[in-house]
Design a protein around this ligand. Structure first.
Ligand code: NDP
Length: 436
């Protein structure tokens, strides 16, 4: 959408084809509905806390039947806003599938063909399911969560990545009995180890049944649900099983082989720094290229494509130090290197603290906030920031600016604290907990 709109604004004649709904994964079945569900879910803890703060909070509980139509209406509204923005920019929208016929020809499902100077592929990704697990046809994916007319009483979430962890917290907060199986030793592989442990502990405190080193061996339909036999021999029945075992580039059947565009081992479209494939007229951006699979990165790649192709300003996207957030409860914001990555690269100092925020102490909630800075011994620059706290998604955006500006530990130390906040801890950690 961004690339189409920006290209049209340069005066190019632009058409866009979409076979499902305008908005893509992020708006229709990803970030946006997920975040709205997270807001809904986070009220369960808030309502408990409100009682401890002296509010009379009575009865009730969450009703999916009141929330869900509103969520769907909001997605409809957003879709129409995006469509209107495209049309206002002069983009012609075709609500159907498109396939590439040759380096300059795109065919639509209805048989129409278009000859174009440039083709941009931004078809995103699709949930991946391990097809060799018996009973895999019984499970759902993140795509299905937003389409559920009713909330299940119990759910098993399989996986340990962003999507699995976010939905464990969301569904647990909405009152669903939530169990999560992860095949490895600790969830959120690739993130900072201390942060991973902190979030796993947090899951326990919220009542999520997380089991690590466990995978699904087989599944069968049983009255009232799905019987799951796990690799460690345990058996349990869940009303629904949701797999969040990764996503793969959505590149199949687009006619890429026919046009001579090479694909990598996971089906990703191979591109250079300008998002150009080996076929000069064909570019690709976003998850279908499997670089950094985040919406804002795809948007940057789309903007860089427009500058490169339509504004004679060859532009690459810098994929380093990208801040991101995992919407656990509390949230996890992260930017830069993990401790292990930084220690492999150079000598470092690690600053970290975990504490009960004021509002949690007041209501006897045991949950802790977590702040961690990784600092280069040689340059004093901050190499990584990892925060688990309410609003960490908001905080990490600014930490990302500091990191890109090359801020040193001394810049943090000489910044006056904002009191009383949780975030002040980030400028008050004066002794390293370890060096490596
Ligand atoms: P991830 O790649 O983050 O995680 C996949 C998980 O599934 C891993 O824990 C992986 O285990 C496990 N897994 C993979 N294959 C199997 C298998 N065959 N059997 C059992 N477990 C398996 O993918 P997600 O689906 O969570 O998310 C996809 C992408 O979407 C992310 O990479 C992220 O970029 C993006 N995203 C971003 C969000 C955000 O910014 N807040 C939110 C949601 C998604 P192992 O670790 O052992 O490989």
């Amino acid at each position: 959408m961004r690339a189409a709109r920006m290209a049209a604004e340069t005066g190019a004649k632009v058409a866009l084809a979409e076979e499902y709904r305008i908005g893509g994964t992020c708006v229709i079945r990803g970030c946006v509905p997920k975040k709205i569900m997270m807001f809904a879910s986070s009220h369960s803890a808030r309502i408990e806390d409100a009682a401890a703060f002296g509010w009379n909070v009575s009865g009730g509980g969450f009703e999916w039947s009141r929330f869900w139509p509103r969520l769907r209406a909001e997605l409809d509204r957003l879709e129409s806003v995006y469509r209107a923005n495209l049309e206002r920019a002069g983009v012609e929208v075709f609500d159907q599938r498109a396939e590439i016929e040759d380096p300059h020809t795109v065919g639509l499902a209805d048989g129409r063909k278009f000859v174009c100077k440039h083709i941009l592929i931004a078809t995103g990704g699709k949930p991946f399911l391990p097809s060799n697990t018996p009973g895999i046809d019984l499970v759902g994916t993140s795509d299905d969560i937003f389409l559920m007319p009713e909330l299940p009483k119990s759910v098993l979430i399989v996986g340990g990545g962003y999507i699995a962890c976010e939905f464990s917290f969301i569904l647990n907060g909405l009152g669903v009995e939530t169990t999560q199986y992860y095949r490895g030793a600790q969830i959120l592989r690739g993130f900072d180890d201390d942060a991973r442990e902190h979030i796993a502990a947090q899951m326990g405190m919220r009542g999520i049944g997380l089991s690590v080193n466990v995978d699904v061996a087989r599944m069968e339909r049983r009255d009232g649900g799905i019987l799951v036999k796990a690799t460690d021999g345990r058996e349990a029945t869940f009303e629904r099983v949701i797999y969040a075992t990764g996503r793969r580039p959505n590149s199949a059947g687009l006619g890429l082989e026919r046009a001579g565009v090479p694909l990598g081992g996971s089906g990703q479209i191979e591109v250079d720094g300008y998002s150009q494939t080996r076929v000069p007229s064909i570019y690709a951006i976003g998850d279908v290229t499997n670089r950094v699979n985040l919406t804002p990165v795809a948007i940057r790649e789309g903007a860089a494509f427009v500058r490169t192709v339509f504004s004679a300003d060859p532009t690459k996207v810098d994929h380093s130090n990208i801040p991101s957030a995992v919407f656990t409860q509390p949230e996890f914001g992260t930017v830069g290197l993990t401790e292990a990555e930084a220690a492999r690269q150079e000598r470092i100092e690690v600053y970290s603290t975990a504490f009960r925020p004021m509002q949690n102490s007041f209501v006897d909630r045991n949950e802790r906030a977590f702040f961690k800075l990784i600092v280069s011994k040689a340059t004093r620059r901050i190499l990584g920031v990892h925060i688990i706290a309410d609003g960490a998604g908001e905080l990490i955006q600014l930490a990302g600016v500091a990191l890109r500006a090359g801020a040193t530990k001394e810049v943090f130390d000489t910044t006056v604290a904002v009191h009383p906040t949780m975030a002040e801890e980030i400028v008050l950690m004066d002794s390293p907990i370890r060096t490596a």
